[in-house]
Design a protein around this ligand. Structure first.
Ligand code: ZN
Length: 612
């Protein structure tokens, strides 16, 4: 029925066009006179224009009256009208004719139509109900601001031989997205501790503190008690789900720590980092809290029986080993790998606690883990942070990629029919930026997008909420007017040109740059961005004429000299797919991410149910 109506409307519009064209057209030449007709009554048709707003034709049109000229007056009088029809002008949204052909046949236009169609399918298949996500995966690109996402997307596309700008990273394809306001309760531009606490606990807090509310005084152990927050990972654990954390940073670093630890100071990664007063007041270092997670939960929440975090993969062995060369692993880079001054070997304590679990420190150990036969995996692949993705090949004993770790974690965690909660952090995007190395930050962002893709491929979208976001941005910009497809790490070459544009100082300049930091470095093929910390800051303009800015060892120019480049305070993106993903929309306080995860997996209620 609907289709038929449509068709008749179209026909009407065509008639309308013909009639209107005739009415509006210029006069033709007179035709030849016709023969006289036979005597009789003739039928007449009268056409009258109706204006916009007419009750029959809202957009105006023509009224066509017809009838027999009974009195042979040659005029169709009102009484002689037997039929009245209207031919209405189409509404302006119903654009007609060939003038649109160039638009509608255009690829961008078609693409826009397809995207719209997909968005409508997404809206139709939307399930707006609490607790539909069996699994939740939170991906955090540490320091992955919007300029980082855009530049990484272009670099990834160019590495595939494309122009780049049109490329899509895995999470660019997610159906829902929004923005997060990242400030901490006490800071305009935030740090990772306060931001990750907001995401994991649903409560914004101060910079520098882990898993505790804003009434805390940073660094004051005595103020921690009573301010401890509950995290999504803890709720999932209590609810009987499997849990996992992955980071390319030290697993005791701010972002991963905020999933499991409570600390008045993010830097208390092991006991040697703590002041004597804090130790005396009963505060416990972060590494130690990771090992005692299971018993801590059970003593905090009476009536709980949990089995601890099932998968822990990252760097930071130094915080788990005694300060004694006898405990060095084959992967050690320092003469004494461990930092702990209490003589505890937390890796041995973990193994004693979980005799069937696998503890690994390198690629070979990681590869040997059979995910289907393993229930518990603890991997510490570096003394400090894991390597930059660009530098991973240079690790002493070899390290798995973020994608490999994500893949294996999901394979282990999804053995639980109650589902799982997994947090995956690309910690070194942030570090690449701090070191002033766009190459380091962007190659880690691409590796991060790859890990997200692994999660998309290895989970069921009907039962898995995947959220991808950043904790904060960096003072990293894409500048000038480079032409389409200009190498993203290159010097600006303008549209229509083949040679680099020159600034007012007569020198070329790069598209990417930093507002502050250590500034310019030309380290050739060096893939460890942290090499940029050596030497004094070199800020301001440099002559880049003979410098290959596409090389891994090039560090972009910066303006304000600092020991390291800083975070930035603007909003970051939140990208989501799966049950509850549609709740990620608009501009939000960062803490809303917890609430979306809670709604999607019904974490609070499920945890309460497990206790009672
Ligand atoms: Zn940072």
């Amino acid at each position: 029925m609907k289709a038929l109506n449509k068709k008749s409307n179209k026909t009407l519009n065509l008639i309308s066009l013909a009639v209107l064209a005739a009415l509006a057209g210029c006069d033709g030449s007179d035709g030849t006179s016709g023969d006289n007709g036979t005597q009789g009554t003739s039928s007449l048709i009268s056409q009258t224009l109706v204006t916009i707003g007419h009750e029959q034709c809202l957009n105006g049109g023509v009224q066509i009256d017809s009838g027999l000229d009974s009195d042979s007056s040659g005029i169709l009088d009102a009484g002689e009208i037997t039929t009245t029809e209207f031919v209405c002008k189409p509404t302006v949204t119903q654009m007609q004719g060939s003038s649109l052909t160039a638009t509608t046949n255009n690829l961008w236009y078609e693409q826009g139509q397809n995207i719209l169609g997909q968005a409508q399918l997404n809206a139709k298949s939307l399930v707006n109900a609490r607790g539909k996500a069996k699994n939740v995966i939170l991906f955090v690109g540490d320091g992955m601001g919007l300029s980082t996402v855009t530049a990484a997307r272009i670099l990834a596309g160019q590495q595939l031989g494309k122009l780049g700008e049109e490329h899509e990273l895995s999470f660019d394809k997610f159906p829902y997205s929004g923005f997060a306001k990242t400030y901490n309760v006490d800071a305009q531009t935030p740090d990772s501790a306060g931001t990750m606490t907001a995401m994991m606990s649903g409560v914004k807090t101060d910079a520098g503190v882990i898993g505790v509310a804003e009434a805390i005084k940073r660094g004051d152990c005595a103020t921690a008690s009573g301010n401890e927050l509950v995290t999504a990972l803890e709720l999932a654990e209590i609810a009987g789900k499997s849990t996992g954390i992955i980071s390319t940073a030290r697993i005791t670093h701010a972002t991963p720590a905020a999933t499991y630890a409570k600390s008045a100071e993010r830097n208390w990664e092991d006991i040697s980092d703590m002041p004597a007063t804090a130790i005396a007041a009963g505060c416990v270092d972060i590494a130690s809290q990771l090992i005692s997670f299971e018993s801590d939960i059970e003593s905090r929440f009476s009536g709980t029986d949990v089995d601890g975090i099932d998968v822990v993969l990252g760097g930071g062995r130094r915080h788990f080993l005694p300060k004694d060369a006898a405990y060095n692993t084959a992967d050690a880079t320092s003469s004494i790998e461990g930092d702990r001054t209490d003589g505890r070997d937390l890796t041995a304590e973990w193994q004693a606690q979980y005799p069937t679990g696998s503890f690994v420190i390198d690629q070979a150990g990681f590869d040997a883990v059979d995910a289907d036969a393993t229930q518990r995996l603890f991997g510490l692949f570096n003394e400090s942070h894991m390597q930059y993705e660009a530098d991973r090949k240079n690790d002493i004993s070899g390290e798995p990629s973020l994608r490999e770790m994500t893949d294996k974690a999901i394979d282990i965690l999804d053995n639980n029919k109650e589902g799982f909660f997994l947090m995956v952090e690309a910690g070194r995007i942030d570090h690449g930026h701090h070191a002033g190395s766009a190459h380091g930050a962007l190659t880690d962002t691409i590796a991060f997008a790859d890990a997200v893709q692994a999660a998309v491929e290895n989970t069921d979208p009907e039962e898995t909420l995947i959220i991808v976001t950043a904790d904060h941005s960096h003072v990293f910009t894409m500048a000038g007017y480079p032409k389409r497809g200009n190498p993203i790490l290159g010097k600006v070459v303008s549209v229509g040109k083949t040679e680099p544009s020159l600034a007012k100082d007569g020198m070329p300049y790069t598209t990417l740059g930093y507002t502050n930091g250590k500034g310019f470095r030309d380290l050739g093929s060096e893939t460890d961005a942290d090499e940029g910390y050596n030497g004094d800051a070199i800020t301001g303009r440099q002559d880049l004429t003979l410098v290959d800015t596409n090389s891994a060892g090039f560090h972009q120019e910066s303006l304000v000299p600092r020991g390291s480049e800083t975070h930035a305070g603007e909003d970051v993106g939140i990208y989501a797919m799966g049950p509850g993903a549609h709740l990620v929309t608009g501009t939000n306080e960062q803490s809303v991410i917890f609430h979306v995860m809670d709604y999607a997996a019904d974490l609070v209620k499920q945890a309460e149910k497990a206790i009672n």
